[in-house]
Write a protein that binds this ligand. Structure first.
Ligand code: NAI
Ligand code: MG
Length: 361
C-alpha cells in the first residue's frame, strides 16, 4: 500500500500554503512514482464552523491511522471570542496529546541566499543547520499542582516542573537517533545547577547515551548559557535536546537566526507504530496570518519544508527531501521572493502559487 497522509489545512493562510504542498505531492506521484494516499479534513476554526468543535472525533481517529499528518495553521480573529474549550488551538493540542507526540523537532537552517536576512552577521549563520528537539508533552506546562491559590490574604501562582525517567529517556533517544543521521553530536540543555528536574534530566540523558549511543558525542550545557551560545556561535551545535519550557524559548530564539517566520518547518514525533514509522505530525511554525490571508501573499516554504521533513522522517525518502530542499535553495538563489522575504530595497514579490510552481520547476 502507498504511504498515507492526512492533510488538515486549517484556517487563514493554512489552506493557501497547503495548496502548494498538494501540488508537490501530486508531482511525486506523477513524476517519481512516489504515490501517497492522501485524505483531507478540517481542523481549527474550519472544523468549528461545521462541527461545533475544533477537531471532530472522526478526524482524530483518522489522524491515528495514517502514516503522517500535515497541518497548515489554525485560528483567526473570528474565533477569538469562542470559549476556551472550543478554541481552534484546542484542535492542535488534542492531536498532539492523543497521538502522544513527545518530541518536537525544530530545525534552524540558513539558506545562503537569505543569510543577509538574519539579525546576526552573515558568517555566523551562513550554512547553519541545527536541530532543536523539544520535549512536548510534559514538564512545567503540564505538571501538577498548578493554579492560583491564596495564603495570608495574598494570591500566589503555582506550576510544577515534573519529569519521569521514561519521559526523559524517550526524548533523549529521539535526539540520539537524529544525531546519528546528521552530525553525530547532541548537546543537552537544562538547569541542573538550580533544578532537581534538571539533575535528573542530565543523569538520564547521560545514561541513555552511555548504554545505547556511546558513539554519539554528548555534551551538557546550562540552558541560559545555551541561549548565549546560540546567538554567539550557533554552528557549534548539531542536535540540541531540552525540556518543554526551555525548548519553547530556545527554539524561537534559534528560529530567528535564520530570518523569516515563513521559512520555518517543524515535526512532532511520537512512538513507533506497528509499521515502524513514528506517529508524526508536520506543520509550519507560523500561524494563520489573518493580516495577509486570502491575498495570495503567504510564503509556502515553511509548509513545503515541513513536507520535506515528512519525506525524511516518516517515509524514508531522505534523498528526495534533500532534493526538495535544494530546489528551494535554488529558487531563492535565483532571487525569487514572496513579500515576507523582500528587504527594504524592495522588488517584485511572487505569489504563493508562483513560489510553489517555481520550486516544482
Ligand atoms: P502568525 O504566525 O500567524 O503571523 C505573524 C506575522 O508573520 C504576521 O504578520 C504574518 O503575516 C506573518 N507570517 C506568518 N506566516 C507567514 C507566511 N507563511 N508568509 C508570510 N508571512 C507570514 O502569528 P499571529 O499573528 O500571532 O497569530 C495569528 C493567528 O494564528 C492567531 O489566531 C494565532 O492563535 C494563530 N496561531 C496558530 C499557530 C498554529 O496553528 N500552529 C501558531 C501561531 C499562531
Ligand atoms: Mg513558542
Amino acid at each position: 500500500a502507498n504511504p498515507s497522509i492526512l492533510i488538515l489545512p486549517g484556517d487563514g493562510i493554512g489552506p493557501e500554503v497547503m495548496a502548494e504542498v498538494k501540488k508537490i505531492i501530486s508531482w511525486y506521484g506523477d513524476k517519481r512514482e512516489l504515490a501517497f494516499d492522501v485524505s483531507e479534513d478540517l481542523v481549527g476554526g474550519a472544523a468549528y464552523d461545521v462541527h461545533g468543535v475544533p477537531l471532530a472525533d472522526e478526524t482524530m481517529a483518522k489522524a491515528q491511522e495514517v502514516d503522517a499528518v500535515l497541518l497548515g495553521a489554525v485560528g483567526g480573529p473570528k474565533y477569538d471570542v469562542l470559549d476556551f474549550s472550543v478554541k481552534p488551538e484546542r484542535g492542535l493540542l488534542r492531536l498532539r496529546k492523543e497521538m502522544d507526540l513527545f518530541a518536537n523537532l525544530r530545525p534552524a537552517q540558513c539558506f545562503d541566499a537569505l543569510a543577509d536576512f538574519s539579525s546576526l552577521k552573515k558568517d555566523v549563520v551562513a550554512g547553519l543547520d541545527i536541530m532543536i528537539v523539544r520535549e512536548l508533552t510534559s514538564g512545567v506546562y503540564f505538571g501538577t499542582p498548578r493554579g492560583i491559590f491564596e495564603e495570608n490574604g495574598e494570591r500566589y501562582g503555582v506550576n510544577t516542573q515534573r519529569y519521569t525517567e521514561s519521559e526523559i529517556e524517550r526524548v533523549a533517544r529521539s535526539a540520539f537517533e537524529l544525531a546519528k543521521r546528521r552530525g553525530n553530536k547532541v548537546c543537552s540543555m537544562e538547569k541542573a545547577n538550580v533544578m532537581e528536574s534538571g539533575i535528573l534530566w542530565r543523569e538520564v540523558v547521560q545514561r541513555v547515551h552511555d548504554e545505547e549511543y556511546p558513539e554519539v558525542e554528548l555534551s551538557h550545557m546550562y540552558a541560559d548559557n545555551g541561549a548565549m551560545q546560540l546567538v554567539r556561535w550557533p554552528k557549534q551545535f548539531d542536535v540540541i535536546v531540552t525540556d518543554n519550557l526551555f525548548g519553547d524559548i530556545l527554539s524561537d530564539c534559534a528560529a530567528m537566526l535564520t530570518g523569516s517566520l515563513g521559512m520555518l518547518p517543524s515535526a512532532s514525533l511520537g512512538a513507533p507504530m506497528e509499521n515502524g514509522r513514528p506517529k508524526a505530525m508536520y506543520e509550519p511554525v507560523h500561524g494563520s496570518a489573518p493580516d495577509i490571508a486570502g491575498q495570495g501573499k503567504a510564503n509556502p516554504i515553511a509548509c513545503i519544508l515541513s513536507f520535506a521533513m515528512a519525506l525524511r522522517y516518516s517515509f524514508d525518502q531522505g534523498d528526495e527531501a534533500t532534493r526538495l530542499e535544494q530546489a528551494i535553495e535554488k529558487v531563492l538563489a535565483d532571487g525569487v521572493r514572496t513579500a515576507d522575504l523582500m528587504g527594504p530595497e524592495g522588488g517584485t514579490p511572487v505569489s504563493t502559487a508562483e513560489m510553489g510552481d517555481k520550486i516544482i520547476a
